[in-house]
Design a protein around this ligand. Sequence first.
Ligand code: F3S
Length: 385
Amino acid sequence: MVNGEEGYAVLKSMQILVALGEIFGAEKMTPVSSVQVAGVSYYNLGNAGLDYLENLAAQGARARVKTTLNPAGMDLENWRELGIDEGFAAKQIDVIKAFTRMGVTASCTCTPYLVGNTPTLGEHVAWSESSAVTYANSVLGAMTNREGGPSALAAALTGRTPCYGMHIEANRAAQVTVKVETKLRDVPDFGALGYAVGKRIGPKIPLFETIPRVEQLKSLGASIATYGGTALFHIRDITPNQTSTPSETLVVTRREIDGAFDALNDEASEVDFVALGCPHCTLDEIKKIASLLEGRKTTREFWICTARQTMQLAEKQGYAQTIREAGAKFACDTCMAVSPLKGRFKVLATDSAKACYYGRGTNDFRTKIGSIEECVEAAVTGKWS
Ligand code: F3S
């Protein structure tokens, strides 16, 4: 491949992977069984990224393994309803066309593990969405580093990734035992836990003794990867890999959780945008949102970000109709952070610590974080108490 015998796209891809392997001291490549590519939104890619993808596609690049996409900059079907302009939409559609020409599935979700890209224990994969990476390593027991968009795509086109970091069993042991000495109530508490721990231990691998549900796991994984940088955490009795208990210990009390909420909440008593689903909502979360919205009307723009397949299930169950009748909108294929919303809204209400980080960073929002109940209330009244 690196001699160019399999064409330009494979040559370029292998050059990227070899360079990466040399930087990180990899001794060999490892085959991967699936890839998840981030860097899909035209908002982040711009024309240079689009040209790169179109050039690869024109050169005959083809994915060799199952490859799925992270969220794009808009709902690929209902983008008009979400207020996306025609010019952006045309460019975003070109991005998706370039990926699909390469044989990549345009699933456009950060929860590929909920909709069919679900590796199992010990499988080597190359994923780039940080929240999905932590889920794959920590809950499924698959093995992946946090890839960048280009290195993930290079892995898709070659079926290989450099063997270092999380691909080596010896590097996957827990390094810090986290003792949580407070009751964690719901999803935002797990996001706050990820914030508090991530800020303190950085990329070290923590061991938690607490046992969350799927929604809490995805919130914890998204947050700890955002604020700390680890690609793996251990949860006793959930993470499939064995690990010993590290002697280095971090104690988290209610004071640290409250401190995280203080850091994630900006000054504001009113909100103009509510968005749930970072990472993308599960069907259970959508069911809960529908039950809270039943018979009510929203007064603020309210997005429910989710995978298209999950929304289709919500349609069948009747949740989607209830949500739409209340004036809320599904934002499939996209999210509040990768969609071009700068200047349209000022204050975002969400249940996700990660959405606070990216909402502030990419769209200049002030942020409020609270439970799904508090977010739905804000969408109806416009107030944050
Ligand atoms: Fe997913 Fe967007 Fe959050 S990609 S993890 S919903 S920032």
